[in-house]
Design a binder for this molecule. Structure first.
Ligand SMILES: C[S@@+](CC[C@H](N)C(=O)[O-])C[C@H]1O[C@@H](n2cnc3c(N)ncnc32)[C@H](O)[C@@H]1O
Length: 256
């Protein structure tokens, strides 16, 4: 058990249901699914509960990227690292020479660093506090990078029954993300709402190339999808079940 308690307002180590904010209660019941080492003293902000990638999904995504990325890609940048859900999984996969975690909010970043210690991978991650679009400029000229991004999904009414219009995603829409990230790497993985408009995504498939989409389900419900831009080579089953997670490949999208 990591006993070090956060000593800054806005950073929490909720170990007791009584102190947990009422409006987040549903996350209290899922806390050990979201973080399997939650009881070891994970730090969170209130906002982080809405965006953190649950550990089993983060692990599945990390495996997918590790297995499908071209072997000459040895660096992964998690551009929106949050409290560390994905960056920790990338570091634990052991696939990467370097894992960079970029997060612009300093309190959220403190949580990510602490959580990486709990998972014993803090030394395997290089943390950068700041704007990912500035920080990735430092990597220009390298051709061994995969960029992963789980951006905020705000902006458009989130309703599973509607198609999510990625042009209205705030503060960065699909077009902005793709244009900025593709200046550094053609290998980009984006974690997006499960009901994202696949036609919009298909428009970014380079000529005669495909874009893979994988859906990730947990707690029996589809949580999100990942879009794989670039030469990711998926060889596995179209649908895989592992513990609580089901991953299914949508099949390649081709530019129309
Ligand atoms: C959906 S959350 C990421 C969650 C993360 N995958 C996890 O498992 O914890 C998005 C994060 O992006 C951060 N963010 C937003 N704009 C950013 C920017 N320009 N550069 C870096 N981080 C940014 C937010 O502060 C927020 O923590």
């Amino acid at each position: 058990m990591m006993v070090d308690r956060p000593d800054e307002q806005g950073i929490h180590q909720w170990l007791d249901a009584d102190q947990f904010p009422e409006h987040l209660k549903k996350y209290w019941f899922q806390r050990h699914k979201i973080w399997q080492k939650y009881h070891e003293g994970v730090w969170m902000t209130e906002d982080a509960w809405f965006g953190v990638t649950p550990e089993p999904i983060a692990n599945k995504i990390a495996t997918h990227i590790a297995e499908s990325a071209p072997k000459d890609k040895t660096i992964i940048i998690d551009a929106f690292a949050g409290v560390g859900g994905n960056a920790i999984a990338f570091a634990r996969s052991g696939r990467w020479d370097q894992v960079f975690a970029v997060e612009k909010d300093p309190k959220t970043m403190k949580c990510a660093k602490h959580n990486a210690e709990i998972y014993d991978v803090a030394k395997k991650i290089v943390f950068h506090t700041g704007d990912c679009f500035d920080i990735i400029k430092r990597f220009m000229g390298k051709n061994n990078i995969v960029i992963f991004g789980s951006p905020p999904w705000g902006g458009t009414e989130y309703n599973a029954d509607n198609v999510f219009d990625l042009s209205l995603m705030q503060p960065y829409n699909l077009d902005a993300l793709y244009k900025k990230f593709s200046k550094l790497s053609k290998h980009i993985v984006l974690y997006l709402p499960r009901n994202s408009d696949l036609n919009q995504i298909a428009r970014y498939a380079p000529e005669s190339k495909k874009v893979e989409v994988a859906h990730y389900c947990i707690f029996g419900a589809s949580k999100a999808l990942c879009v794989y831009f670039g030469d990711f080579d998926f060889e596995g089953e179209a649908e895989e079940q592992e513990g609580d997670v089901t991953a299914s490949l949508e099949g390649p999208l081709v530019k129309r």
